[in-house]
Each structure stands twice: as structure tokens, then as C-alpha cells.
Design a protein around this ligand. Sequence first.
Ligand code: FSX
Ligand code: SF4
Ligand code: F3S
Length: 357
Amino acid sequence: MKRQRTVYEAAIESGVSRRDFLKMCTALAATLGLEYSQSKQVVHAMENGSRVPVVWLQFQDCTGCSESFIRSSQPKVESVLLDMISLEYTEVLSAASGQQVEDNMKQVLKDYKGKYILAVEGSIPEDDYLAVGGKSAKETLREMAEDAMAVVAYGSCSSWGGIPGANPNPTGAKPVTGFINDTPVILVPGCPPIAEVMTGVIAHIITFGKLPELDVFGRPKAFYRHRIHDKCNRRAYFDAGLFVESFDDEGAKQGYCLYKVGCKGPTTYNSCAEMRWNGGVSYPIQSGNPCIGCSEKDFWDNGPFYTRRAKIPGTQTTINPDAVGLGVVGLATAGVAVHAAGTVVKKKLDDKRGENE
Ligand code: FSX
Ligand code: SF4
Ligand code: F3S
């Protein structure tokens, strides 16, 4: 079996200073929810622990999960990719392609049997709608999961089925748990998930030499133990009964609670309100948008995205949903008309410019 360099060796070889290495370990300790004094444990593990080989498979998805992961800021993704893990196979980030990457995947089975993490993004069709390298998605998943140390279902699609699995589920999309029985599966749901949760899971494995503690659904407890509502920055307004009634009202300007405009925070388990996104800058609710419950099972089917509303928000007027549809068509038609008018104006300006040149 091939020996992997330690995380520290990899970091130093890639030009990271000792100081920056220690900073990365402190950031990881914080991500893992450890006390500052415990960051020594992380330093020790990263100095002595090997990089974890990772195979990253992508099936039916929008690639938002990879996009989110490459924006990890605690630590930065380059540290994760270069130092903590050895990314042996990925379709999005690989410089190599075709047969070369397919061969690499086979090599992982020989070199790192039982030692690699299989990250899976996207749902898997029951029927053979998707094939990569001549093999169906479920065939590849089963083959690569068999000898993995663990499978990380990264995103709501691989955790629950996600949007490809939403009604009427035309491809028979299933989560990874629909195909894997013998290898431990860690669910990291979210559409997309927070990058630092993935790096946290990997850091936990390196630091403690075992998988993180999971809840009954298979989610790491450290990141999914609270509801968004429990840590929400607007919670005081909920408790005080101060609600946004419509998106442009005074309550919205004051930052009141978004429950009445569809917030699913009270039934959604995720770390957004604690860790926030983009390096801790913000998260949907802080930015004025209700939580849509993107880390919960069947969130596409449960709305609010595709739910027809029986009442006009903010009023007591009950309406016929089909009439709303007509209204929307009317607006869309008006929009096309405006766009067409804009195009004519633009054309005229261009013609004018042409004349002046
Ligand atoms: Fe699904 Fe991820 Fe949502 Fe998209 O790959 S969880 S549709 S953000 O990209 O799988
Ligand atoms: Fe709860 Fe949503 Fe209101 Fe926050 S905005 S307090 S999560 S209902
Ligand atoms: Fe998703 Fe809600 Fe967080 S919509 S990103 S779980 S705040």
C-alpha cells in the first residue's frame, strides 16, 4: 500500500510556512467546535497523520456542491486540496481527463484499499440514465464504495435525492443510501452544503482517526444538531412576535422575523446560522431571504419554491391559483413586450452609432 505524506509534510513542500500551518490547524479546530487549548491535538494529528485519499464522484447534480467546496475559507480550499487530502479523482477539478482519470480511479482501488474517502455529489438514477467512462452511475458507485473507508454524501441530492428526486422523479433518482449497505455513509446535506462542514468531517477523521459522531439520519452531529431557528440572528423578533408580512414592508427594512413569508428555519437542521457562508460573511436569513430548508429531505417538494399559494401574501385575499398563473403569463407577456421595446431602442442606438462612425 502506498504511503501518503503527512499533512504537515505536504504543507511545507507546497511552500506553506510553519506559522500558516499552525493557523490552518487553529481554523480547523474552530470548525470542529474544539476549544482553543485543544488545537494542539489538531496540530499533532496534522503533523503525524497522513493525507486522506479522496475520490469525488459526481452524478445527477448542478455542480453547486463542488462550487461551494472550492470556496472553503476555514481553511482555504488550496490547503484542503494540497495538504489535507489527496484528491485522486474528480471530474470538475482534474487537469487530466478521459482514460487517464478513469485509470487513476482504478489505481486508487489498488493503492488505498479501505483507506480512501468516497465523496459523492448528486443523486443516482435507478435506471441507466447516466453513464461515465462506459459504466452506469450505480455500477461505479457500488464498485468505489465497496473498498472505501467511508462514503460522504455531499449535498442534498446524494443525501436525500434532491431536485432530481423531486416529484415526479423521472430518472428514478435515489440517494447513495439507496445503493450502499456495507460501507459507513455520512450525510452532509444542503443545496449546496457549507464547505467547512466537509473539511470539518475530513479534519475529524485525520485528528481522531475515526468517523465523526452521527445522528439518526447519518449526519455529523457537530454540524446538524441545531435548527437554523435555534441560532437565528432574527430570533428575538420571532419571540417578540414581530414579523415581516411582505418583502417590501417596514418589518423587512427593520430585519424582523421571516416566518410569515415562508421561513423554514424552525424545521431545518444545519449550521448556517452559526458558521455562515463565504467565510462567515452572511447566510440566507441575514441577507433577507427566508430559509427554504435546503438541507432537509424532500425540500423541493415541500416548497416554498413550487407551492401554489392560495392567498396573496400579506393580504386576506383568497385567489384562484390558475388566475395567478394567468397573471404571471400577463406579466411575462408584458416583460417580453418591454424587452422587445428595449431591443428596438438598442438597435436604433446601434444604428445611430454606426451612422456617426
Ligand atoms: Fe444537488 Fe450538488 Fe443542490 Fe446542486 O452537486 S445539492 S442540486 S447545489 O450541486 O447535488
Ligand atoms: Fe426562525 Fe426563520 Fe424567524 Fe429566524 S427568520 S427566527 S429561523 S422563523
Ligand atoms: Fe439552506 Fe436554510 Fe441554510 S436555505 S443555506 S439551510 S439557511
